[in-house]
Design a protein. Sequence first.
Length: 538
Amino acid sequence: MKNTFNTLKAIALFSILFTTIIACDEDFANIDSDIQGVKNFEGSSRTFPVLAYTKSVTPFTASGAEDMVGVRTDALPYNFFGVYKDPNNSEYGTTTASILTQIIPTEFDKDFGTDPVIKSVKLQIPYYSTLISTNDDGENTYELDSVYGDLTKPFKLSIYRSNYLLRDLDPDTNFEEAQVYYSNQKNLFETQETELLYQKNNFQPSPSEIEILGTEIDPDTGNPEVTERLVPSLYVDLTEIQDLDYWKNLTIDNEGTSILSSANNFSNFFRGIFIKIEPEDGSDEGSLVALNMTSDDARIIIDYDNNEDTTTDQDSDLTTYQFAFSGIRVNTIENINTISNDLNGNPSTGDENLYLKGFDGYMSVIELFGDEEEEFKAKKDSWLINEANLIFNVNENLVAGDEPTRIMLFDLKNNAPIVDYFLDGTTNSTSPDESKIQYAEALSDGRYKFRLTNHINNILQRDSTNVKLGLYVSANVNLTQNSKIQNTEVDEDDETQLTLIPTGSVIQPKATILHGNLSSTVDKRPVFEIFYTEPEND
């Protein structure tokens, strides 16, 4: 169909460039090279078997087990906080996400001037948001991005000083490898909570901008003038519980000491803050919001005055000392109210339903061809593959909406997307839901569709291994890196044993349920169809 001989030759060239990325067993085939005397073509198609079953990303344990295995979360592109009750709650339950993070001074060996006096201490971490409009008064309207759940449902927010030392290097490797932190370490971090810095019951993330008020009064309104407008953020006053003297003791009183001379020294003295999330009493609902902790506006801001100021008590004339969240950050993920049923499926027969859940949830193993693989490979000299598609249908009788827009198909042997992903030039870095749409279509009419033409051509023409495939939800199909699963002993003979999972799945809270190969609704089972041309020879 769309593939021409020139295209296929180009694929052979491109495969060389991608060998180190996709770790293919064989180079691509120039599939027209051995076919001679072609007179005419007759297009046909055929479906082949698919076996698919659910697999827990981490070894299954009942809810609340102390030995729950985690996924690496200290190297994520962004972090979540909040409470998310999955719409498919009977299967997936409620998740809470908290954050342990270092705070790093943005300048060292600070001279605070003569008789410095702290006036305020604020924490600001922007949400991801889109500006919708600005009115004549300069007031901005925003819409929050990456929000899951119900913003009207509050949760409990607490911020603690933490005494847990986040190391750069792992002492168990003689400090030769990076220290790794995991999603299941909330209980450990809680044991190292020290002073409570902030707490609010019934906290709700707001899409409204933050107005910073000055001391001047607007003569028209009689209200303090707005001196600054901030994007929607987690914005709290850190002096509501610990007073100004507490922060003076941490900063100004350490002027000239080694504590404020380097990031390492400060991180050993003040080891971090724990942004701890809990559901409200009697509730398992809330909202989960992504925090932009790499933003220049993500900071703790200490405003202070000193005798060197030329004017006094004007907010705009205060001097600022700041901490950024540029050190190590760990997202903890805690599943609560989850049913104790093991959703892991049957590797021999496949499943009626396929369960896909992000964070440290579930994926599905996909096996193509079944006992018809050898019959397919016998077509090497007689078939030209025009297109190969793999289609999955959402079980709309079991899901309540809010499914992920995109899912990803990974080669489980090499822990990488299949080759068709890399050969898809429709990459869209600003809108991931519109990226790689030739390889994999976004959710439409209750189905996900993959094109794996080149993957199948490799199996047919160059005897590439018919590897098992992994099906995952994804928050961003542009991400191809993986996150490590904790304490996994490698079994070289089991390619379905997961030691890594796509990072795009770790940062996708959403879940879905698909029809499996044993679905009672036969026409909704996975479809694996190959379109081919069978040339007639002289």
